[in-house]
Design a protein around this ligand. Structure first.
Ligand code: UDP
Length: 240
């Protein structure tokens, strides 16, 4: 299939830090990173333009500040730096797979990657490079989910794809209720009315207000990422 026949020409893929570590573990698992890179390779081979916003929760989250005895803003900056580490690992794995990439950061680490400049990012995408976006939004008290929503809108993406470890959004918590049902399609208003949790409130509101379709899918499903990027039937799609 060519990109023109696919529903998405340009996607923003949010990969949480948990995608870089084994279940229940912290740190970086390079085998997982290689698997992610392989799925991304197959997607870009179809001509889909891919920007990825990378999380850092496998290394550190700002919300751990109290237990670490570190001030919140500092811990948030540490979390942003964690996303740089993950992003560099993904970029390296992609390049080893023959996929050209550019890592762009919202915080200034210009000896290791480019600063984020919107028009330059779009140019990279048009040239078929996977743009790996690190450093979140560059400000403390935000999450990389919010960065993903903001960048999806700013980079004129057709959809925000949130890779998770659940296969979509359920009508109730599937860990608690055995009769919970996966909801393949929802509107943003339904998510609010049913009080379903999809992503943090700021990110959700941005998507809703700017009409950015949001697909929640399981990155561990076989070829989950490649399928989601091709707009195939997977996970839960939320739109207005
Ligand atoms: N972070 C931040 N501002 C941003 C993005 C991220 O301060 O714009 C910090 C925040 O502390 C966050 C950490 O970076 O906890 C790692 O990002 P996140 O928790 O979103 O990663 P994920 O949960 O996706 O692995």
């Amino acid at each position: 299939m060519t990109a023109n026949q696919l529903p998405y020409q340009r996607i923003l893929l949010k990969i949480s830090g948990e995608g870089f570590a084994r279940d229940g573990e912290t740190g970086l698992d390079t085998e997982l990173v290689k698997m992610l890179a392989e799925q991304l390779r197959s997607l870009t081979a179809d001509g889909v333009q891919v920007a990825c916003v990378i999380g850092g929760g496998n290394i550190l989250r700002g919300t751990q500040s109290q237990s670490l005895g570190i001030g919140r803003a500092t811990a948030d900056y540490m979390g942003m730096l964690a996303t740089v580490i993950n992003g560099l690992a993904l970029s390296d794995a992609l390049e080893s797979n023959g996929v050209p990439t550019r890592v762009m950061s919202a915080i200034d680490v210009r000896t290791v990657c480019e600063p984020f400049i919107r028009r330059r990012a779009i140019r990279h995408l048009e040239k078929g490079r996977v743009v790996v976006l690190v450093g979140g939004l560059g400000s403390p008290y935000f999450t990389t989910d919010t960065a993903a929503a903001q960048r999806a809108i700013e980079l004129d993406c057709n959809a925000l794809l949130k890779a998770t470890k659940v296969d979509g959004v359920y009508d109730k918590d599937p860990h608690v209720h055995s009769d919970a049902v996966l909801l393949p399609e929802l509107t943003f208003n339904e998510v609010i009315n049913k009080q379903l949790r999809v992503m943090d409130q700021t990110a959700f509101t941005l998507c809703r207000e700017h009409d950015m379709p949001l697909l929640v899918f399981d990155m561990n499903a076989k070829d989950g990422l490649a399928q989601a990027g091709r707009g195939l039937n997977i996970g839960t799609i939320i739109r207005n």
